[in-house]
Design a protein around this ligand. Structure first.
Ligand code: URA
Length: 437
């Protein structure tokens, strides 16, 4: 077999066999197939798509590209749950949901990713906390899962290494928003990480890789089907990503918002999403009898402070400074903060999440090319969302930047990202659909 023939077959719309997919993924993982051929293949997949069979084969090949964890001996009899987002702007859900669910007594063993294109990544966000590391050995992962009940780790080099290389290449070759590549990327990690139950948060809208409800449903159904095939319990929520989630976009800024949410003071849309995802995890794993029971467990974990305590315990266990969580004002802060004024009075009809995400990347909060360093302090904090009434000159958001020049560039982009009109607009719902097996 030859990588060029496989690229050409996909470029011309052919359906790859299991053997061809295995060959390509093995070659990519071992380094025998160079980045430029993988990038060409990813672009061919982007344009030609993949059948359900090819996507399932790709997922299994990527899951089998490295070690596959079995966590059942860590806490005998317990179900290990996870959640995974398909990626969005301001999406700090894991930072709040993980501690809540773990505080309810359900072990959460999570492999998370870094930022991808305009969407942020949980690992980048947590790395804003001084000393925190995502690089854990399998032994450390197991010990922490047993002792604390919550781990958020980067994919180890051994776990779905094919996804690790492909993910980094897709980020910088314009091949992220491909339904089969996203489905295989997410599900290969989940299958390899040994999780029993997975709640998928499929984002939909301008700030997501799936912009329409139809595409988001197709991705959700595909991932639920792949998970069910692999005998995992999987459910998917389709959630709003037309505008950024919550108010904060940017790494340390999002950690602060997640902390506020664990104290019960988060923005309404984010608080609602967090409580719903956490409830779904409890229900899916059989730790709650029904949705009322799940919601009251979640509320108790927040009100009692148990969820925040769990955040502190897990961050400390991974080397992070717990004082920064107790005093979030000590998290990295940007030297320049500039309010972006509303150019006219009216109601906010649109906040273009993608543009806000790209502005955050341009400020240094994300990567423009593979391996770029992230600036944890920069980002944007919204002051208005869809449905808000604003007067000309009111702040639409605040830019947190390294330099005055960067702040002014961001201000121009952000003003254009808001659509303000004279007629009232309804706030956007956060949960759009629920796809079950
Ligand atoms: N999250 C992932 O893990 N992979 C993708 O491709 C997109 C979002």
């Amino acid at each position: 077999m030859n990588p060029v023939d496989i690229i050409i077959k996909k470029r011309d719309g052919g359906e790859l066999t299991r053997a061809e997919i295995d060959f390509f993924i093995q070659g990519m993982t071992s380094g025998a197939i160079p980045d430029y051929q993988v990038a060409a293949w990813a672009m061919a997949v982007y344009f030609q798509g993949m059948s359900a069979q090819e996507t399932a084969d790709l997922t299994l090949a990527m899951a089998a590209s490295g070690e596959q964890l079995d966590l059942h001996d860590v806490i005998p009899g317990a179900m290990i749950v996870d959640k995974h987002s398909s990626g969005g702007v301001g999406d700090k859900t894991t930072l709040a949901v993980g501690p809540i669910v773990a505080a309810c007594g359900l072990p959460v063993g999570k492999m998370s990713g870094r930022g991808l294109s305009f969407s942020g990544g949980t690992i980048d966000k947590l790395e804003s906390i001084r000393g925190w590391t995502a690089e854990l050995s399998e032994e450390q992962f197991r010990t922490q899962l047993r002792e604390i009940g919550l781990v958020v780790a980067a994919q180890t080099a051994d776990l779905a290494p094919a996804d690790k290389s492909l993910y980094a290449l897709r980020d910088v070759t314009g091949t992220v928003p491909s339904l089969p590549l996203i489905a295989a990327s997410i599900m290969s990690k989940k299958l390899a990480a040994g999780t029993d139950a997975i709640v998928l948060d499929v984002k939909c809208g301008r700030g997501a890789f799936m912009e329409t409800l139809d595409d988001a449903r197709a991705l959700a159904r595909l991932m639920v089907a792949i998970g069910t095939l692999a005998r995992r319990k999987v459910t998917a929520l389709i959630t709003q990503m037309e505008q950024p989630l919550g108010l904060a976009v940017g790494n340390a800024l999002e950690v602060k918002e997640a902390i506020a949410t664990l104290h019960g003071n988060g923005p309404a849309d984010f608080q609602e999403l967090v409580q719903r995802v956490a409830s779904e995890m409890l229900i899916l794993a059989g730790a709650a009898a029904n949705s009322d029971d799940a919601q009251s467990q979640v509320q108790r974990a927040i009100d009692s402070g148990a969820a925040f305590d769990k955040l502190r315990a897990f961050v400390s266990a991974q080397g992070g400074d717990p004082v920064q969580l107790e005093h979030p004002e000590n998290l990295p802060g940007a030297p320049v903060q500039l309010a972006v004024p509303a150019p006219v009075s009216g109601y906010v009809h649109r906040v273009d999440a993608r543009e806000v995400g790209l502005t955050s990347v341009a400020l240094g909060g994300g990567r423009q090319k593979k391996g770029d360093a992230i600036d944890p302090a920069v980002g944007i904090v919204l002051a208005a969302k869809v449905g808000s009434e604003v007067n000309a000159g009111d702040p639409l958001c605040t830019v947190h930047a390294r330099t005055e020049e960067a702040a002014h560039d961001a201000t121009r982009r952000l003003q254009a990202a808001f659509t303000i009109a004279p007629t009232p607009a309804d706030p956007l719902p956060i949960i759009l659909d629920h796809v079950t097996a």
